[in-house]
Design a protein around this ligand. Structure first.
Ligand SMILES: Cc1cc2nc3c(=O)[nH]c(=O)nc-3n(C[C@H](O)[C@H](O)[C@H](O)COP(=O)(O)O)c2cc1C
Length: 174
């Protein structure tokens, strides 16, 4: 199928075009200065360095979670599994007590990590900078654990799950 003509980006088109890049889905949590836990759904999780272990999350300005990460210098990440779409939606919806009724574990420093997620990590802020309308935060991973299972996937504004082609794992990566 042929692509339409090129055109300059609008914010809505930027969202649409980047939606063609399939991602996983995670929840970032942090403790706000008022002591409350806050969290939001993200797809911007990226592995940056293995040694030292550093990842990146890009967090929108004006979010309580962004503020909490910034002021506490610490955050936790729960990578969601295919059965956790409802949580992905809940943690992306403004207002309401996001953790109400959600089973969670506590990280080493007491941050909430969503139970039954595929992976749980705790990070200390390594660096951060403003890029456009987001705060890009690099976190040094201090603790992690994971399990096998199908990952929740986000593509073109919709959730799905990951199914592999049944080929061998790439030996140099795993
Ligand atoms: C699948 C998905 C991925 C998202 N990824 C990000 C992200 O990487 N960064 C971000 O700032 N917001 C992202 N959002 C939007 C936030 O989850 C949403 O704006 C949330 O309400 C912000 O939290 P707040 O209410 O504390 O401001 C994503 C939403 C969804 C549904």
């Amino acid at each position: 199928m042929t692509l339409p003509a090129f055109h300059g980006p609008t914010p809505a088109d930027m969202r649409r075009v980047m939606g063609r890049f399939t991602t996983g889905v995670a929840v970032v949590s942090a403790e706000h200065a008022d002591g409350a836990a806050c969290a939001m759904t993200i797809s911007s999780l990226t592995s940056i360095s293995l040694e030292p272990p550093i990842l990146l999350v890009s967090l929108t300005h004006g979010s309580r979670t962004t503020e909490a990460v910034e002021t506490s210098g610490r955050f936790a990440v729960s990578v969601l599994g295919a059965r956790q779409e409802a949580l992905a939606r809940r943690f992306a919806t403004r207002g309401g007590a996001r953790f109400e009724g959600v089973p969670y574990d506590a990280s080493a420093s007491g941050l909430p990590l969503i139970q039954e997620s595929l992976a749980q990590l705790e990070c200390r802020m390594h660096a951060a900078h403003d890029i456009g309308d987001h705060r890009v935060v690099y976190g040094e991973v201090t603790d992690m654990r994971w399990r096998d299972g199908a990952g929740l996937v986000f593509y073109s504004g919709r959730f799905g799950d990951f199914r592999d082609f049944g080929h061998d794992e790439l030996p140099w990566l795993f």
